[in-house]
Design a protein around this ligand. Sequence first.
Ligand code: DOR
Ligand code: ZN
Length: 345
Amino acid sequence: MQRLSLIQPDDWHLHLRDGEALRAVVGDSARQFARAVVMPNLDPPVTTVAEAEAYRRRILAALPKDSAFRPLMTLYLTDHTSEEEIQRAAAHPDIIGVKLYPSGATTNSAAGVTHIGRRDPVFAAMERHGLPLLVHGEVTDPAVDVFDREAVFIDTVLNPLLERFPDLPLVLEHVTTRQGVEFVGTAGARVAATLTAHHLLMNRNALFRGGLRPHHYCLPVLKRESHRQALLEAATSGDSRFFLGTDSAPHARRRKESACGCAGIYTAHAAMELYAEAFEQAGALDRLEAFASRNGPAFYGLPVNRQTITLVRESWRVPERYVLGADDLVPLRAGEELYWKLITP
Ligand code: DOR
Ligand code: ZN
């Protein structure tokens, strides 16, 4: 296949940051996606409807002229989020869900939830209002092996949570394991998962290829090949509860190439090209449109986009760096060739 036209996709999990970084990256997503679910892990985090509205206005102001990109906002759940705030969020047309970061699990998660069981009144309110809970699904116990944290979270947190709240709409964000795929597979229609391009394309060997590769470090960390195969099977299975969420997470190069490098992989520069590569490797390019453009809207009860995008088989070289304010940003596949190219109308 030389040319692939798709209904315009959406990104159901994206980090846009703020200020200069926001202005540097938002155009990459807006070029491809009609909408994106914007993560609230700013510092300080986006914890109220008023803060989400203000952040949304900053995103709109940072967009290229005439862009029709629509940011869908999320609230950051804390130990103090009130049921009233949940009610306000549920009634708000631009707020799509509430993000659960177990405190300490990842970048800017310090204000996250310390005891998930103590937030049951808030989960009950979300279940009542049908407001989705978007979950970073990893335990934070340092005694648990970092490669097992998703599987342990499913057993010890997610399954009990869904037993208490069987009607709570829930997205296991950036699922990385076979156990995560099975969790969604056996749950009901209200449970879904997003899949990143980087977890579909790389296994944990990519962290150590010829040396330590900080630009392949993200959370949840890349897993072994058998898990990647399970993710590919899920993405290409036709099960509508698996959909696209890049988790594109820009960090300044200096903060990645450091003695304690932070987690996050930038993929927004070539997100659809990277997903096309993964689907092509799986022999399932014909399943890409459902995964990228139909399944997410179906889960969130939103209309499918009207526009289309086109990818062509044409190689191009990813730049070594992009500008990120005063620093720079190393994208996934920096300096390497990609074989699909998005053509802008
Ligand atoms: O790799 C990651 N980066 N995982 C996350 O959960 C957060 C994200 C970020 O904000 O940088
Ligand atoms: Zn994320």
